[in-house]
Write a protein that binds this ligand. Structure first.
Ligand SMILES: Cc1ncc(COP(=O)(O)O)c(C=O)c1O
Length: 476
């Protein structure tokens, strides 16, 4: 068996070289290709029937198949003109860090297993905490994404404020713009929907803090226990930032854990020019922050930061007999004592490599480019007739719709949906729709450091052409 593995290893090494060559070419040609490459049912059927062979196949053939038949399809979230959802413009630095981390495959669940990797991850967490304004007792962990970061923080919140006797009374507060992962996480940790209050947002899609206070007081009067408020720094729809200082003051007054979902927007803390927008974030008890969004990391890299590291240790430290040798003092906290996972890769190393390569100033500029891109998109829209800016450019996101006066709301809805669909089919850019306070709108989220001014202006021009083309067709 080991001889067979050895033969395979040699072939794998050859395949790595061939793959690297193909990947480089793929990246070089990327801008000329579609932002979305759809797959048809026939191709899906073929994939389904591929099965697992009894005897191993030639590695090079398998590698080619992966590149041509699998990786080639879907939305290319790292394409410079992919403006949908939150794009994933992974940098090559992150890619390198990711490959190296996988290649060495260090067990980063405990300090004893991977001391140097754990040290680098913790030092980077420390630096990120400092950016948030957290002090020396803070800490955190690299996790797989914003959903996991949110849930990890909410577990800590639950365990700090509630116990087994009071769990059934705990209430959490979100806004109508909170990300679905927050509600999902709350339900997973034992907070059912009827104890999650959705606070309305104002005209700028920010949580209304007066309504928050009212909701908390009503719950207290009913004998319930408000335990967590989840504010958002950079909502997915509009990039809005909830009034963090006001929410923090309310949380302090009532002894409620404040969590900030900064999966998207926390990266603005690294922009010298715009970090002031997140004023007050350091007052939160915990923060979620995705590396694989606006820090240009490959997927599977996010952070949960807490003001007091002991809040994570309280919830996650366990020591069964076979792990007793891995005990360490809390200054060298084991990653496994700070979150859900035991065995885990050192997810933070790719971000460390990226920051080493770019420097904090390079990162700052790369983030700021997104603000400029969305501003250019808005500027181009304002030059054209009948485009309504539903939410102006903020944190690299702008929401808008084609809304001429002669169309009804239903017709506008249909027209904007058709515009998006045609743009996606065309493949020039990925522009999707969302809904804001009842309106169907188009949305551009532009955070790719390689996107140019003409990329965004041309995208708007093409959207406008579709609007003119379909206008008469939707009018009833
Ligand atoms: C504000 C916000 N929170 C949480 C998430 C979930 O993050 P992830 O997809 O990394 O789990 C997202 C994803 O878009 C988000 O925009």
């Amino acid at each position: 068996m080991s001889i067979k593995m050895h033969e395979l290893d040699q072939k794998v090494e050859e395949a790595i070289e061939a793959f690297t060559f193909r990947f480089r070419a793929d990246k070089r040609d990327r801008n000329a290709r579609s932002a979305v490459n759809e797959i048809d049912e026939h191709q899906i059927e073929q994939l389904k029937h591929r099965g697992i062979p009894n005897k191993g196949r030639a590695i090079q053939d398998i590698v080619n198949e992966l590149v041509d038949d699998i990786f080639a399809y879907g939305v290319r979230t790292d394409h410079p003109r992919f403006f949908g959802f939150i794009p994933g413009p992974a940098s090559r630095l992150s890619w390198l860090g990711d490959i190296m981390t996988s290649a060495y495959n260090i067990h980063a669940g405990s300090w004893a297993n991977g001391p140097a990797a754990s040290c680098i991850e913790q030092e980077l967490i420390h630096w990120l905490c400092q950016q948030a304004g957290y002090g020396d007792s803070s800490g955190g962990l690299f996790v797989s994404g914003g959903s996991m970061a949110n849930m990890t923080a909410l577990i800590a919140a639950r365990d700090k404020v509630l116990d087994e006797r009071t769990l059934h009374l705990g209430v959490a507060y979100v806004s109508d713009q909170s990300h679905s992962s927050v509600m999902k996480g709350l339900r997973i940790i034992g907070i059912p929907s009827h104890r999650i209050r959705t606070v309305a947002t104002d005209t700028s899609f920010r949580m209304d803090s007066l309504l928050l206070r009212t909701a908390i007081e009503q719950d207290l009067a009913a004998g319930l226990i408000p335990f967590a408020v989840i504010a958002t720094a950079g909502t997915t729809n509009t990039g809005s930032i909830d009034p963090l200082r006001q929410i923090a003051a309310i949380c302090q007054e009532y002894g409620i854990w404040m969590h900030v979902d900064g999966a998207y927007g926390a990266s603005v803390m690294l922009s010298l020019k715009y970090r002031h927008l997140l004023d007050g974030i350091g007052q939160a008890d915990s923060i979620s922050w995705d590396g694989h969004k606006w820090l240009f990391q490959t997927y599977g890299c996010a952070m949960v930061l807490v003001k007091d590291k002991m809040d994570l240790i309280r919830s996650f430290h366990v020591r069964p007999e076979y792990l007793k040798d891995l005990e360490s003092d809390h200054s060298h906290a084991n990653a496994m004592d700070l979150g859900v996972e035991l065995t885990r890769p050192a997810r933070g190393l790719r971000l460390w490599l990226t920051l080493q390569g770019l420097g904090s100033l390079g990162m700052s500029e790369a983030i700021e480019h997104g603000f400029q891109l969305a501003a250019w998109a808005e500027d181009e829209l304002r030059k054209k007739k009948y485009w309504e800016i539903v939410s102006p450019a903020q944190l690299a996101i702008v929401n808008f719709r084609y809304a001429p006066a002669d169309l009804s709301e239903d017709e506008r809805h249909e027209l904007n949906q058709r515009i998006s669909k045609s743009m996606i089919e065309n493949g020039y850019a990925g522009v999707f729709t969302t809904e804001l306070h009842g309106k169907k709108v188009l949305r551009i989220c532009a955070i790719h450091p390689e996107t140019t001014e003409s990329d965004v202006r041309n995208t708007v021009r093409i959207l406008n052409q579709y609007a003119l083309e379909f206008h008469d067709a939707v009018k009833r």
